[in-house]
Design a protein around this ligand. Sequence first.
Ligand code: ADP
Ligand code: MG
Length: 370
Amino acid sequence: MATIKPIEARSVHQIQSGQVIIDICSVVKELVENSLDAGAKSIDVRFKNHGLDSIEVHDNGGGIAPEDYETIALKHYTSKLSAYDDLNCLRTFGFRGEALSSLCALSKFHIITARTVDGAKGTKLDFETSGKLKSTSIVACQKGTIVVVENLFHNLPVRRRELEKNIKREYGKVLSVLHAYACISTEVRFAASNQMPKGKKAIVFSTNSNLTTKENIANVYGAKTLFALIPLNLQFEMDSGTGLVRTTRKSSTQEDSTSRKVKILGHISRPVVGEGRQTPDRQMFFVNSRPCSLPQVAKAFNEAYKSYNITQSPFIFADLKLDTNAYDVNVSPDKRTILLHDQTTLLETLKASLLELFASHDQSVPQSQL
Ligand code: ADP
Ligand code: MG
């Protein structure tokens, strides 16, 4: 008798969903990105019991068209990408069509959406765990979309228990992720709140639209943060054939087809002892304004800073402006990992440029040379 047999479709869906939605951070990241992709100018994230009971994301974006209700939460159904080649010119955060379908498999999930301003009437969409539309009903709703995720991982007992055990730490990580979106999105108003069972709703932070990234940082972390920051504006050119690098800060060079321009814009702590932080918890990295985790880039930043301030870590807000063919966002199902081409060269140049920048802002002798 054959021992190899296919896994039941329902289990496959659950297994794969667990790779897309791995924690509360993934839920918030996916839903906020959907709101940004829908053109929202206001995004309100509401937690109940730090997200254990529910996570709601309210936006004022374009809403969902009635003809899409049936397919919206089906796996690999997306309005954003139709062929693999499109990945190279991706302008949206989403492209895999997996987030909503995964949330149906792992939580009690529903959506309320309205396409028009008039009437304040919208549609509530309920789904089966497979992502199939179960029912629709008419409800009161402003223009935009509300996505509600309740009881995350209720059907994965081990993960649910882990989540409950580590909820304070998880919640801290979620806020860091939200801070990154709020700081980089200069056109969008962000707000986050948390309500504990029997407790009052507490506003966690809020920003406004049409502010600079610096003003957003002040709103999120407090105006005092700004005093210790210097502007980050590094530019270099990498030769994609040889990996050779030249800085273009001072002289302008001729465009050539094999060279790749890299710009790193943002804000960073001055390399002054006493002006950093005890923990590296305020460090945000972006690739073309897309918040992402870049551990190697973070390491290069921290190492360069440590040459001047060995006891503390810098505040970092760094947006890497790269050619779209210089990185790949499709490395893992949760889209957190980004593959940077020519990373070794990039990191070496980055460190050298940072040391140069810090030297111009510091009168004292670098501690590494003492
Ligand atoms: P993806 O973002 O990769 O397309 P998702 O499962 O996250 O996959 O979303 C599926 C589709 O649902 C999106 O392509 C989009 O058309 C629609 N959608 C999701 N969230 C929203 C929202 N907040 N507003 C409008 N449309 C949305
Ligand atoms: Mg999405």
